[in-house]
Design a protein around this ligand. Structure first.
Ligand code: TXA
Ligand code: MG
Length: 344
């Protein structure tokens, strides 16, 4: 199959992409977080193609992308006021809400669950594709399962060229890490995945938030968890990654003590001079966490090279989107963290 390239700048793109979605094809779509691998979320056969293209486990549910809060009730029931409060505060934007699913949503889309995740992305061309197609677009991150997510059209083509009908190129993703996921199906709101909206911002609207255990620790692949996606090895380059925490100086001293030829260092731009001779790669500025979230997956993809032996990674501290960067890096490192302060 020849994958058709569509530019978001081109006036005809939304019409062409919407028609492909309607006819059951796979179309990669830009969003503010990461590129998605989209298909008609109400069409089981189309959705099956997503799982096949990604090599995604069948029990890992997909997010339905919708054009606005008014569509929530088409696909969900028992919708608490809190869902509308979140949508009002953060949509369009990097927030996904889990609610009880209406029967119109195929169980293939929800990975067999009776709940469904919905989100309205902050990307005009993608919202237009959703509107014109007349269906919600199911879209996981467009990476091959387990690999770092896709934040440019080039990443998507690297993973799927020739396997999908089209890609809509909207340029590099602004946020760079996936949406925050909040489950509203229980009495207390639960954070299933940190993302572009920080936990503090959620608490401001919800007044309360439980952080799921899968956010902060490795969960067993056989465990029953709220967000099935959280139990799989994720975002991981080919080689082991270890996070080195602690001050700039202590971390550099630790890494220099352990560094061997074939290793790489993933660090902040400000730290590059400290790692001369250690093949450092910067993913953004520590002083501007938005550059770190925007650059993380591209850097992890660059490091996805079997000839690399080991990666030492530096991780930002703090809340907001830094909390999501910590979560993705910890997952890439399978929660392998050394404290350079303690090693002195
Ligand atoms: O930013 C994003 O959310 C991107 C863009 C494309 O929108 N999408 C994305 O999809 O990250 P994906 O499939 O890579 O991650 C979706 C996560 C998975 O961990 C999945 O288990 C969880 O959402 N999820 C989906 N539906 C769920 C549900 N009903 N209950 C609990 N977790 C759910
Ligand atoms: Mg994903």
């Amino acid at each position: 199959m020849k994958t058709i390239y569509l530019s978001a700048e081109d006036a005809a793109t939304a019409v062409v992409a919407a028609e492909m979605i309607r006819s059951g094809e796979l179309v990669a779509i830009p969003t503010e977080t990461v590129y998605g691998l989209g298909a008609n979320g109400l069409d089981e056969n189309a959705v099956a193609k997503i799982f096949e293209a990604k090599g995604r486990p069948q029990d890992n549910p997909l997010i339905l992308h919708i054009s606005g809060p008014e569509q929530i009730e088409l696909f969900c029931h028992h919708i608490p006021q809190k869902a509308y409060d979140l949508a009002e505060a953060f949509w369009p934007g990097p927030l996904t809400i889990v609610l009880p699913a209406r029967s119109i949503v195929p169980r293939r889309t929800t990975g067999g669950l009776d709940t469904v995740a919905v989100r309205c992305p902050d990307c005009a061309v993608t919202r237009e594709i959703i509107r014109l197609s007349g269906v919600p677009i199911a879209a996981p991150s467009a990476n091959i399962s387990g690999k770092p997510s896709t934040t440019t059209a080039e990443h998507v083509l690297h993973d799927h060229d020739g396997k999908i009908a089209a890609i809509v190129d909207g340029g590099p993703c602004r946020v760079g890490v996936e949406s925050t996921i909040v489950d509203l199906t229980e009495e207390r709101p639960r954070l299933l995945r940190p993302g572009g909206i920080g936990p503090e911002q959620l608490v401001e609207v919800l007044g309360d938030l439980v952080v799921d255990k899968a956010v902060t620790a490795q969960v067993d692949k056989d465990a029953v968890v709220k967000a099935p996606g959280m139990k799989y090895r994720h975002y991981a380059p080919a080689e082991p990654v270890v996070i080195v925490s602690g001050s700039r100086e202590k971390a550099a001293a630790y890494i220099h003590r352990h560094f061997e030829p074939g290793d790489r260092v993933l660090c902040f731009e400000e730290e590059l001079p400290l790692y001369e001779g250690c093949a450092p790669l910067s993913y953004g500025k520590e002083a501007d966490v938005n550059t770190l979230s925007a650059g993380l997956f591209a850097a992890l993809r660059e490091l996805d090279d079997p000839s690399i032996h080991q990666v030492y990674a530096r991780c930002p501290v703090g809340g907001g989107v830094a909390y999501a960067v910590q979560n993705r890096l910890k997952k890439a490192a399978a929660f392998h963290i050394v404290d350079a302060e303690a090693e002195a």
